[in-house]
Design a protein around this ligand. Structure first.
Ligand code: DGL
Length: 280
């Protein structure tokens, strides 16, 4: 029997926050998760490196039987997705589909503005992410395409990923660092704050506390899963081909034991099937 799965790719563990939401909202499908832990973090790497790593990850996931792959990683979505869709896929894999997280998140921002009936010109959007994501200016570009004319305050927060990975989320040091990162956004009275990095949803409560209750903190995993659901409804030619046996496979390019600790922590999965693999 041909098994066609949904691939979820991240530089490491963080994308498990996105997968968790897929498993909650779209549990019937089969998923393969790949974390390129051996080469993470991506957020401090150049465009060319992120593009090369992402293409290698995609080749691996396609070979596992994934016809649809979601780049859960914001840095890969920001730096590689466009080139993947315009060059890599048409040339090598014209039948495969790759989606990222930036467009769903940006749609979440514009829907928030519409639903709250805010004047787009007066809205201030805060964005936090890795250096690669923030320096790519992809959120500014995608918001501009949707006629957003308000202000955007973007800030790279490179210390947050290691703090989450060390499980320091509740430590006073993390609170202090978050406060420092968010202070300029708070002073500028942002209306909405986008968590544009896979790890930040784990700090959701701490971020909300630091930025204040008046700011709407947009949590990408929920939105990305809702948008995937919507995408599958609009694309029955893809949806009907996906197999639905609730299979979950995990691959990491590094230490399986460490990966296993994170899957239990992020997903509450008991003894998940995890394999180490090479992708380069
Ligand atoms: N997954 C990355 C992202 O969402 C964060 C970790 C990294 O820098 O590799 O941007």
């Amino acid at each position: 029997m041909l098994v066609i799965m949904i691939g979820v790719f991240d530089s490491g563990f963080g994308g498990l926050t996105i997968l968790k939401s897929f498993l909650d909202k779209l549990p019937e499908y089969d998923y393969v998760y790949l974390g390129d832990n051996a080469r993470a973090p991506y957020g401090s790497k150049s465009h060319d490196t992120i593009y090369q790593y992402t293409c290698e990850a995609l080749k691996f996931l396609f070979a596992q039987g994934c016809d649809l792959v979601i780049l859960a990683c914001n840095s890969a979505s920001a730096e590689a997705l466009r080139q993947v869709q315009q060059e890599f896929l048409p040339k090598n894999f014209p039948d495969k589909k790759v989606l990222g997280v930036v467009v769903p998140i940006v749609e979440g921002v514009t829907e928030f503005i519409e639903n709250k009936k805010l004047d787009s010109k007066k809205v201030r959007v805060g964005i936090i992410g890795t250096r690669a994501t923030i320096e790519s200016k992809v959120f500014e570009k995608e918001l501009a395409k949707r006629n957003f004319s308000g202000e955007i305050l973007a800030r790279a927060c490179p210390l947050l990923v290691p703090l989450v990975e060390e499980n320091w989320t509740k430590r006073p040091e993390t609170k202090t660092i978050l406060k420092k990162y968010l202070q300029p956004l708070k002073t500028n009275n942002i209306n909405i704050l986008v968590l544009a990095c896979t790890h930040y949803p784990i700090l959701f409560n701490q971020v909300q506390h630091a930025i204040g209750r008046k700011v709407f903190v947009l949590n990408p995993p929920e939105i990305v899963a809702e948008k995937l659901k919507d995408f599958l409804k609009r694309h029955p030619e893809i949806e009907t081909r996906l197999s639905k046996n609730k299979k979950r496979l995990f691959y990491t390019t590094d230490n399986v034991q460490r990966f296993s600790k994170f899957t239990s922590r992020f997903l509450n999965l008991q003894s998940p099937q995890i394999e180490k693999t090479k992708i380069s």
